[in-house]
Structures are given as C-alpha cells and as structure tokens.
Design a protein around this ligand. Structure first.
Ligand code: ATP
Ligand code: MG
Length: 231
C-alpha cells in the first residue's frame, strides 16, 4: 500500500501540533487521529486547547509546527482556495456559541452551505426546511436567527452543519446552550445523522453523558492530548 492510500483510512490526522498566541502556548505537541465513521469525544478543562485544536483540524488556524491531514490531504499543502473548498464541501461545523447570521432567517442560515456550493435556491430551501424539521424547528424557519432563543439557534446551527452531508463534522460544545432534554435530542440527531452517513465526528464537550455517546474519548490538558481510549 502506498503512503497516499494508507492515509485515506483516517478522516483526520494531527501530529505534534504546536501553536502559540502571544505568550500562551495553546497547543504543545497535540496529536490525534480520527478514523472514517468514528465519533470521538474531546474533553478537557477550559483553556486546555480544545477549540484551538478543532480550528487547526479544519485548517482555519495554521499551527506553528506539526501536520494536519484532513480526509487524506495535508492541509498546509493546499492553497487558501482549495482549503476553503474542502471545508465547504466536505466538513460541517458547529462552532461554540452557534454563530448564525442574525439578519437571515433560520431557513436561510441552514440553506447557506448549499447555496455556497451552488445548489439551486428552491432545492436549497427545500433541504433546509427538511433539516430544520428534523431538529424540531419546522415552524421556526421563517424567524430571524437574531430573534430566536439560544437553544433554537444552537439546533439550527446543528442543522446547518449537516445539511450538505459532510464527511467530517466538527462540533464545539454543540449542546452547551441547551437544557438536558433538548441537548440529548440534538446530540442524538447529530450522531444518528452523522453515523447513518458514515461521517466522522469530533465532539468537544464538558459533559460526561454526552461523551458516553462517542466511540472513543480523548482528553486534553495544557495543549496536549493525554488520553485516548474507548468511551
Ligand atoms: N485568539 C487567541 N488569542 C490569544 N489567546 C488565545 C486565542 N485563542 C485561544 N487562546 C488561548 O489559548 C488557550 C486555549 O484556548 P482554547 O479556546 O483552545 O481552549 P478550550 O479548551 O476550547 O477552552 P473552553 O473549554 O473554555 O472553550 C487558552 O489559554 C486561551 O486563552
Ligand atoms: Mg473552546
């Protein structure tokens, strides 16, 4: 087997990542591998580097040292444009805090990745409505994102992350703003939907109950991935 084909088995591969912000060493040699179709929970104290690692995996932040491979491609070797295309077409994000466009309706927010990918407006709107219904927001599609509750916004953010059938889903505390019942429901949707499509998931969470839904658990401390074991 050649080097090129062997890496294709991993959805994500990070080796020895270092990243310093000013005087803060956010990553100090973090390594992580996620197989295709695997759901990994990433836990660790606040400030341990979880979000920073996620941004590096996505090629949004560039580490000072170390290598990231996303779906087999070394992210650093791709141009800005190719990196953006890869993210857009094959990665889904739920950022910490949701981050919808407040002026757009929930429907328009969820349709956004499809429209950026060139899907026709009516088709994008249809798939967005379908996705919203699956997170129990069928009635709320016409409301502006800036006017809905935190929980509704977070559910819409999950819908937006999945609407284009990504191979990799990166979720930074996707249930942080939700109560237990809503949180479980959104998580179930996220994982069922990802699993049925064979997508890989990295799920950052502070909640052990959430982590128990994963195939594997990794713990971060002080910028390194410490433990890496079956959940
Ligand atoms: N843009 C930035 N500029 C300066 N320091 C940063 C920046 N982003 C992160 N840091 C610092 O890097 C460290 C890791 O931050 P990160 O956001 O990755 O932690 P985290 O594990 O996601 O924490 P939390 O659980 O609170 O979200 C922290 O000390 C943080 O203050
Ligand atoms: Mg974080």
């Amino acid at each position: 087997m050649t080097a090129a084909t062997s890496t294709v088995t991993s959805a994500l591969e990070a080796r020895g990542l270092h990243l310093t912000f000013g005087r803060t060493e956010a990553l100090r040699g973090a390594s992580l591998t996620v197989a295709r179709g695997e759901v990994l929970a990433l836990m660790g104290a606040s400030g341990s580097g979880k979000s920073t690692l996620l941004y590096c995996l996505a090629g949004i932040l560039t580490p000072d040292a170390g290598e990231v491979r996303l779906l087999g491609d070394p992210v650093a070797d791709l141009g800005e444009r190719a990196r953006a295309d890869l993210r857009l077409s094959r990665v889904g994000f739920v950022l910490q805090g949701g981050e919808l466009v407040p002026e757009l309706t929930l429907s328009e927010n969820v349709a956004l990745p499809l429209q950026l990918l060139g899907v026709r407006h009516t088709e994008a709107a249809r798939r967005a409505e379908q996705m919203l219904a699956s997170v129990d927001l069928a009635e709320a599609g016409g409301r502006r994102a800036g006017e809905v509750s935190g929980g509704q916004a977070q559910r819409a953010a999950v819908a937006r992350a999945l609407v284009h059938d990504p191979e990799v889903v990166l979720a930074d505390e996707p249930t942080g703003a939700l109560d237990t019942v809503n949180g479980e429901q959104v998580l179930e949707l996220l994982l069922t939907s990802a699993r049925s499509r064979g997508a890989s998931v990295v799920l950052v969470t502070h909640d052990h109950r959430v982590a128990a839904h994963a195939d594997r658990l990794a713990i971060m401390r002080d910028g390194v991935v410490l433990e890496d074991r079956d959940a």
